[in-house]
Design a protein around this ligand. Structure first.
Ligand code: ZN
Length: 439
């Protein structure tokens, strides 16, 4: 993608006005965030949260594109991961800004609003979808991952307007789903044709620039057993216990893959970058029958550059080998069903250097010239891979400080949200350039 030349440096007056506008709007931003967190946007139930975001974009005058995602449009695309569930109501929402005059470089700001399950709510100090602010932290499922970042991007754009400017380049504000399971929301925006010179995803990062992430595979192990009355349990085969044998085999594989990672050009210095997780288990029908089935939903990390087809073959071979040692499974081996993420790892290359330079400068404007923005490598993944690997759009994350994401008492540090909003506003102003707003 060819980028226009860099825009002239942002004037001190403009930077001051934009910064002030972020602070002036921060109470409204915090309230908007709390209302957003209050919507339990769990998988396959993201509609009300997408409505909330689409309304917010429409209120602000963006050109809103709100569409239903059809799997048939995506299945053939690289990075596709299969869906296991009701996808009929899946939507993407994009609000686009088109400038009166284009002077700068275009931008995608993307946030996902799907959140992971809260788990037993009695383990939370406050109910997960009733946000509470204590000691400068906002608590709630999704507050950190990643509603605070999405809202920061929205209010960063608001601050430009409040200061009397509009971005002098196209900006697509993209609200997506499925980031936590397949990434199909992000993929759908690319399939729809949205492009820009860079994509910034304000995923929680403690205001570091995240430029490397692992990939992941999701699969279900379908283990079978032989049901008998427990009084003759020795003649049957317990699918739940056999499932544990399969998990142990995959844990051994996990250790070997991590040992191999010691040679990886990017992840060699990251301890234990690849994590296997048996995340959900179901099996059996009756306390007095030897269980005939056990389904185990699993996630396994992969390194950037690791071939997914080879990784899948290796997982299947591990399961098959473990089954061969088993009296019942040797004749009835478990099935491996690929049912979610089929995600490659991604490392941001030097093509992003102009954007990173602008982001570093914006960070220095907020934290002082001596501050140095850190660059981090994740042992998790985000949607950046779709932009960078398959559409030649450099993509990176910078977001607020969050804790306990995917855990109990998830929380986000509101001061970091405020700082992030200023950083993003100054980044947008410098990257896109500014036009004075016309009355
Ligand atoms: Zn996230």
């Amino acid at each position: 993608m060819t980028s226009p030349d860099a825009t002239p440096p942002l004037s001190t007056d403009a930077a001051t006005a934009i910064t002030k506008a972020v602070h002036d709007g921060f109470d409204a931003q915090t309230k908007f965030l709390a209302d957003f967190v209050r919507i339990p946007s769990l998988r396959f139930e993201e509609g009300p949260a997408q409505d909330y975001m689409a309304d917010a974009l429409r209120d602000r005058g963006y050109k809103v594109d709100d569409w239903t995602i059809h799997l048939s449009d995506l299945e053939h695309l690289p990075g596709f991961g299969p869906i296991d569930g009701d996808f009929s109501r899946a939507r993407s929402v994009v609000g686009s800004h088109h400038p009166s005059e284009t002077k700068g470089r275009s931008l995608i700001l993307q946030g996902h609003l799907d959140v992971v399950p809260a788990g037993p709510s009695d383990m939370w100090t406050h109910p997960p979808f009733e946000p509470v602010i204590e000691g400068g932290w906002m608590y709630g499922r999704g507050a950190g991952d990643m509603k605070a970042g999405t809202v920061a991007a929205l209010f960063a754009l608001d601050a430009l307007r409040a200061a009397g400017f509009e971005p002098a380049a196209t900006v697509h504000f993209q609200s997506v789903i499925e980031e936590e399971s397949t990434g199909l929301g992000a993929l759908s925006t690319l399939q729809r044709g949205y492009r820009a010179d860079v994509a910034v995803l304000p995923e929680p990062s403690e205001l570091t620039i995240n430029r490397a992430q692992v990939g992941a595979l999701w699969f279900r192990l379908r283990v079978r057993g032989k049901p008998v009355h427990v009084s003759h349990a020795g003649e049957g085969s317990n699918a739940i216990l056999a499932g544990y044998d399969m998990i142990r085999a995959l844990q051994e594989m996990e250790a070997e893959w991590n040992a191999r990672a010691a040679d990886h050009p990017v992840y060699a210095d990251v301890p234990h970058p690849l994590n296997f997780n048996a995340g959900k288990i179901a099996g059996g029908d009756w306390a007095s029958s030897v269980p005939a089935w056990c389904d185990i939903d699993c996630r396994m990390g992969v390194l950037p550059g690791q071939d997914l087809a080879e990784a899948r073959a290796e997982i299947e071979a591990r399961v098959a080998a473990a089954a061969r040692d088993h009296p019942f499974l040797s004749n009835s081996p478990p099935e491996v069903v690929w049912n979610g993420f089929q995600a490659e790892g991604y490392v941001l290359g030097e093509d992003a250097d102009p954007a990173l330079d602008v982001m570093r400068a914006a960070h220095a404007q907020v934290f002082g010239a001596d501050s140095k923005i850190e660059e981090t490598k994740m042992t998790a993944l985000t949607d950046t891979r779709f932009y960078g690997l398959y559409y030649d759009i450099p993509a990176f994350c910078i977001g607020p400080r969050a804790q306990n994401i995917h855990g109990f008492d998830e929380r986000v540090d509101l001061q970091s949200v405020r700082d992030l909003t200023v950083v993003l506003a100054l980044f947008i102003a410098q990257w896109c350039g500014l036009n004075p707003l016309r009355d």
